[in-house]
Ligand binder design. Structure first.
Ligand code: ADP
Ligand code: MG
Length: 610
């Protein structure tokens, strides 16, 4: 039986259709990036072939004269980018050019606003890629042959929702992408304009990019691996262009560090800090890490052993001659050389951040706003660099509640009176809840600064970062407060009958009731013992599916508040039990907590209002 080479028409995955439409609309003013993306993909494909050739004799034969061609045809109005790299099989074409595999894509698309300028930035973070060709093309064909196969595939689409795919023949392995330009895009059909774009975005690609000139192919890029060059030979634009190639990020990098390290372990690292957090940074399966090269041969993407988890946003390249070419992910996991490179690279990143913090405050703030929440994990993860990490932390603070997260622990210590023993903080689910915590009242009155922590990771952080420069970090909601002269034993004493009564009435809910030194305006607040787990931490553990020991709070009453004074006058009134619960529930609400029975709260309140 003879099977005719059939052509199949398939639908793009729904997400692809949306991304395509968005891309075309929001990136139109940057349409020239299509060429950067195609050359970037070609370069990746050449890297993969070279890597494959390390183990596969069949591929090794094909690992020669690796290069990229860029051609155009004025009459047919086409631009073609071809490579002799790894190519794609039939199935790979379908999954690579018809679907988007990233998890979180759905949610990402839902969050777009429809505002083109904003969306352009977001879609850039998402990764632009192959689909950017449809910004200027109304038909794209991809002819590709996997280097390990004799069969070739022809893919074709107008970017409107479907594509066709059929089996065919191709002389050489590799991929050829042809763009049929839309009406009005003829500006790209010239040697001058294409070469300009290549110089602008792809000079640093390590393989030669060739264009036809006077009947002969000539290399039009520098074609050296950027990281191997001397810093003095590399322009800022080169660094940024290279960043976009390796990170698949559309935005500029915020900062980078580039080092040629010689010694018992020799390696080069070029590490970047992005300017914006990727949309999937907090996804469990966020792809992270460094591109690993060994003696300039690409080995793997996302080599995660070179960066600790709290620096998972760092992108870049590490190239070492001290690792074997056949290194695997398993070997990387416990390898002395990797350990050394990782240590050195972490140090470089921390030094880079320190330098930004000292000399480029605005950039540092941008870093902090994008990645601070992740970076804080370093307090528990990286003991060796604990102090340097602590210096880099930034917090919102009562010093200026509207200024954002700008206060460092050093700022705090420099401002506080020398006799103050603690660095005070309050944790809450949101900044708004932290700002209006009743616990802050006495601190405001006494003019003591309090850090406002409102990230999920914060309680975990303070469980590791217990002190900084001999000052202990102290939650203002925990333990007995010792602020010196505010204690008033006389009032304390006269209210013991009230607190004892409340304790009896609320025996199931609280472990103690006492008068407070913390409040000036509110009638009541909750505190916990110093060693009890905070509420945020409890929530975090619960979310992770762990059983959490329930610690009952302590209720503190403000003896100066008229309501408390009034209750104290008649301890036998029948409504006292309702008042006790109401005050407890109020205190929970005031710190942004949730009531276990909100309806009961409302009922009690109404009863007392009548
Ligand atoms: P990304 O490069 O970020 O993975 P792209 O949209 O640019 O995303 O490309 C999608 C996928 O298509 C690539 O990951 C790769 O597997 C495949 N691909 C694209 N161009 C080529 C090419 N020239 N040779 C081989 N595979 C390619
Ligand atoms: Mg790509």
């Amino acid at each position: 039986m003879v099977v005719a080479a059939s052509s199949q028409t398939l639908n793009f995955q729904a997400e692809v259709k949306e991304v395509l439409q968005l891309m075309i609309h929001s990136l139109y003013s940057n349409k020239e990036i299509f060429l950067r993306e195609l050359i970037s993909n070609a370069s990746d494909a050449l890297d993969k072939l070279r890597f494959g050739a390390l183990e596969d004799a069949g591929l090794a034969q094909k690992n020669q004269d690796l290069k990229i061609h860029v051609d155009f045809d004025k009459d047919k109005r086409t631009i073609t980018v071809s490579d002799n790299g790894i190519g794609m099989t039939h199935d790979e074409v379908i999954s690579n050019l018809g679907t988007i595999a990233k998890s979180g894509t759905r949610e990402f698309l839902k969050n777009l606003s429809g505002d083109q300028v904003k969306d352009a930035k977001l879609i850039g973070q998402f990764g632009v890629g192959f689909y950017s060709t449809f910004i200027i093309a109304d038909k794209v064909t991809v002819l590709t042959r996997h280097a390990g196969s004799d069969e070739a595939v022809l893919w074709e689409s107008d970017g409107q929702g479907t594509y066709t795919i059929k089996d065919t023949q191709k002389d050489e392995h590799g991929t050829q992408v042809t763009l049929h330009l839309k009406e009005g895009e003829d500006e790209f059909l010239s040697e001058y304009s294409l070469q300009n774009i290549i110089s602008k975005y792809s000079d640093h690609i390590s393989f030669p990019v060739l264009m036809l000139k006077d009947g002969k192919y000539e290399t039009v890029n520098k074609a050296t691996a950027l990281w191997t060059c001397n810093k003095s030979e590399i322009s800022e634009a080169d660094y940024q262009g290279f960043y976009k190639h390796i990170s698949h990020d559309f935005n500029d990098a915020l900062a980078w560090t580039h080092n040629h390290v010689e010694g018992s372990t020799s390696y080069i690292n070029l590490l970047y800090i992005p300017s914006q957090a990727p949309f999937d940074l907090f996804n469990r399966d966020y792809r992270r890490g460094i591109k690993l090269y060994v003696q300039r041969v690409f080995i793997m993407d996302e080599a995660e052993n070179f960066m600790p988890h709290y620096l998972r946003f760092v992108r870049g390249v590490i190239d070492s001659s001290d690792l074997p070419l056949n290194v695997s992910r398993e070997i990387l996991q416990s390898n002395k050389v990797v350990e050394t490179i990782r240590k050195g690279s972490v140090k470089k990143i921390l030094n880079l951040l320190e330098d930004l913090a000292k000399n480029k405050a605005e950039k540092y703030q941008q870093f902090w706003d994008a990645f601070g929440e992740v970076f804080k994990e370093g307090t528990g993860e990286d003991f060796a660099n604990k102090d340097q990490i602590a210096q880099l932390l930034r917090f919102a603070s009562t010093h200026d509640v509207n200024a954002g997260q700008i206060v460092s622990l050093n700022d705090y210590i420099n401002r506080m009176p020398s006799e103050q023993k603690h660095i005070y903080y309050v944790t809450a689910d949101t900044l708004a809840a932290a700002k209006s915590s009743p616990h802050l009242e006495i601190f405001a009155k006494k003019n003591i600064e309090v850090l406002l922590l409102h990230h999920r990771v914060d309680e975990w952080m303070v469980s590791h970062l217990t002190e900084f420069q001999d000052k202990t970090l102290q939650a203002i909601t925990k333990g007995e407060l010792d602020l010196g002269d505010v204690e008033n034993p006389e009032v304390d004493k006269s209210f013991t009958d009230l607190t004892a009564k409340f304790k009896e009435l609320l025996a199931n809910e609280v472990k103690d009731v006492r008068t407070t030194h913390r409040l000036t305006e509110s009638p009541a607040c909750l505190v916990s013992d110093n060693f009890d787990m905070g509420r945020q931490m409890q929530k975090m553990l619960e979310a992770a599916g762990q059983a959490v020991p329930i610690a009952k709070p302590i209720l503190e009453l403000n003896p100066y508040h008229p309501l408390i004074e009034k209750l104290h006058q008649d301890l036998n009134q029948p409504q006292l039990i309702d008042w006790a619960h109401l005050l407890l529930d109020q205190a929970i609400l005031a710190e942004g907590g949730q009531l276990s029975d909100p309806a009961l709260f409302v009922k009690r309140m109404n009863k007392l209002l009548i």
